[in-house]
Design a protein around this ligand. Structure first.
Ligand code: NAP
Length: 242
C-alpha cells in the first residue's frame, strides 16, 4: 500500500483525487487549509487545517508513514508550496508540485510582479475590478484615489469605502462578465495569472478594450512539476508499480 498526502484546494486536486482514489494499493488522504473548498465531497479521507509550517508537515508525514507528497494547491499558494518542498526534503519523501499552465501573454496586459506593483500601475480616478481574492489587499486599501470593486468567493469584511465587495462564485460566462463590466463602468481589471479555464474576464476585457493588470505567479519550488492531474498520475505510476 502506498500512502499519498494530497495538498488540495483546487479543481486539479479534486480531479486527481478522483483518479487516485480508484487506483488499487493507493491510500490517499487529501488536506485542506480550511478556507474555501468543501472537503465533504472528496472521494477519499480528508483532513483540515495547517500543519505548522514545513517542520510540522514533515512530522505529520513521518507519523502517518506517508510515501509520496503531492502539492496540488493553487499556483498562488506561495507559502504552502515552499513548505511542501522543504517538508519533502526533510522527511525524505518524494514531492510533486501540480501546477496548471499559466495564461499566455496578451497584447494589452500590463505586467506586475506582485500586488504592490499592480496597485502602482493604476492611474488615479478610475474604476477597477479586482479579482485577486481577499488576501494581500493592503496596496489597494492604500489607493483611496481609485474606486475598486473586489470580487471574491468568500466574504471580505472591514473594507474602506473606496473598495466595494462583490461576492460571486465562478465559473463566469462571457455574457455575465460583459454585463458586469458594463454595469460597473470599469476601465481596468486587476487579476492574477491563475491559469485554467476561467478566461471569460480576460476575453471581455480585451473586447471592451480595458487595461488588464496581470499579477505574475510566485516562482514554483524546485523539483518535479506536473501540469495536469493526468501527468501527476503518471508521476505516481513512476514511483509505484500499479
Ligand atoms: P498559503 O498562503 O500558501 O498558505 C498559508 C498556510 O495555510 C500554509 O502555510 C499552511 O499552514 C496552510 N495551508 C495552505 N494550504 C493547505 C492545505 N491544502 N492543507 C493544509 N494546510 C494548508 O495558501 P493560501 O494562498 O492562503 O491558500 C489556502 C488554500 O486555498 C490552499 O489550499 C489553496 O490551494 C486554496 N486557494 C488559494 C488561492 C489563492 O489565490 N491563493 C485560490 C484558490 C484556492 P501551515 O504552515 O500551518 O501548514
Amino acid at each position: 500500500m502506498t500512502r499519498i498526502l494530497l495538498l488540495a484546494g483546487t479543481a486539479e486536486a479534486r480531479a486527481l483525487a478522483g483518479l487516485l482514489s480508484t487506483t488499487p494499493r493507493i491510500n490517499l488522504t487529501a488536506s485542506f487549509a480550511g478556507a474555501t473548498m468543501e472537503p465533504a465531497t472528496f472521494p477519499c479521507p480528508t483532513r483540515t487545517g495547517g500543519f505548522g509550517g514545513a517542520e510540522g508537515l514533515a512530522r505529520w508525514m513521518h507519523k502517518q508513514h506517508t510515501d509520496l507528497l503531492i502539492d496540488a494547491t493553487h499556483p498562488f499558494a506561495a507559502k504552502m508550496q515552499t513548505n511542501a518542498f522543504f517538508a519533502g526534503e526533510k522527511a525524505g519523501i518524494p514531492h510533486l508540485r501540480v501546477l496548471r499552465p499559466a495564461w499566455p501573454n496578451r497584447p494589452k496586459w500590463l505586467h506586475a510582479a506582485d500586488m504592490n506593483e499592480a496597485a502602482q500601475r493604476l492611474p488615479s480616478r478610475i474604476k477597477v475590478l479586482i479579482t485577486t481574492g481577499r488576501k494581500d489587499l493592503a496596496p489597494f486599501i492604500a489607493r483611496p484615489d481609485v474606486q475598486f470593486t473586489l470580487r471574491s468567493i468568500e466574504p471580505v469584511s472591514d473594507l474602506p469605502p473606496h473598495i466595494q465587495p462583490l461576492r460571486a462564485r465562478p465559473p463566469f460566462s462571457i455574457d455575465s462578465e460583459r454585463a458586469l463590466f458594463a454595469l460597473l463602468g470599469v476601465t481596468y481589471l486587476v487579476t492574477k495569472n491563475a491559469g485554467g479555464s476561467g478566461t471569460a474576464k480576460l476575453d471581455v476585457a480585451d473586447e471592451m478594450r480595458l487595461s488588464t493588470v496581470m499579477v505574475a505567479r510566485p516562482a514554483p519550488p524546485p523539483g518535479a512539476i506536473a501540469a495536469s492531474p493526468e501527468a501527476a498520475v503518471a508521476w505516481v505510476r513512476d514511483k509505484v508499480a500499479f
